[in-house]
Design a protein around this ligand. Structure first.
Ligand SMILES: Cc1cc2nc3c(=O)[nH]c(=O)nc-3n(C[C@H](O)[C@H](O)[C@H](O)COP(=O)(O)O)c2cc1C
Length: 181
């Protein structure tokens, strides 16, 4: 990938790399996205929860869900070992929770809490937050290196609503946060 002034290209002919980089980031940040917590486990005693917005459905048959995970993240290590993950859809009223899941969490397997938030193990063993509006429980079918991140493509093997289906869920735009760009 062409890099100019430390900025990742490509850049259109004659474009100023700095200006183009800023424009590209503003457009990437304008893409609407949900804001979730990804649950992961090594299928032993280790669990983690991580705030994530790079998530999308990728297939009808099989039912596939894709998430983009930083290769440095503890979550990446656990998904690589355990081969499973959960996507937790959050109540829009719970927006404060996402700041609690931006680094490896305190796990209490006895009390079944992640940073103090109650969880239970999903069918795959991946943790599901008890307060999530809904969850998708997945087994990894493919992992694609995307340079610094990995696209984990999981098949949905279980799912459920835990709150009223009409409950508004959290989106990036409900926060002042950004990721990517
Ligand atoms: C609003 C927001 C969105 C994020 N989205 C992603 C994402 O889509 N993918 C990702 O790998 N990390 C994302 N992160 C960073 C992770 O939450 C976390 O900081 C980092 O990956 C380390 O996670 P770990 O606890 O698994 O080590 C996001 C952080 C914030 C605050």
């Amino acid at each position: 990938m062409p890099v100019q002034n430390g900025l990742v290209g490509p850049f259109p002919e004659g474009a100023d790399p700095e200006e183009h980089d800023k424009l590209r980031r503003r457009i990437l940040w304008k893409m609407p996205s949900g804001l979730y917590v990804v649950g992961s486990t090594d299928r032993g005693d280790r669990r983690n929860g991580m705030t994530l917005n790079w998530a999308t459905q990728l297939g009808f048959d099989p039912k596939l869900l894709g998430i983009g995970v930083e290769q440095e993240a503890f979550t990446h290590e656990l998904i690589t070992i355990g081969g499973v993950f959960s996507l937790n859809l959050l109540d829009r009223e719970d927006r404060a929770i996402v700041r609690k899941f931006t680094k490896p969490v305190e796990v209490d397997l006895g009390a079944k809490t992640l940073n103090g938030f109650p969880f239970h193990d999903g069918r795959t063993g991946a943790p599901v937050l008890d307060q999530a509006v809904a969850y998708l429980d997945c087994e990894v079918r493919q992992s694609v290196d995307t340079g610094g991140h990995t696209l984990f493509i999981g098949e949905i093997v279980d799912c459920g609503f835990q709150k009223d289906e009409e409950t508004p869920v959290l989106r990036m735009e409900d926060t002042r946060m950004n990721y990517g760009g």
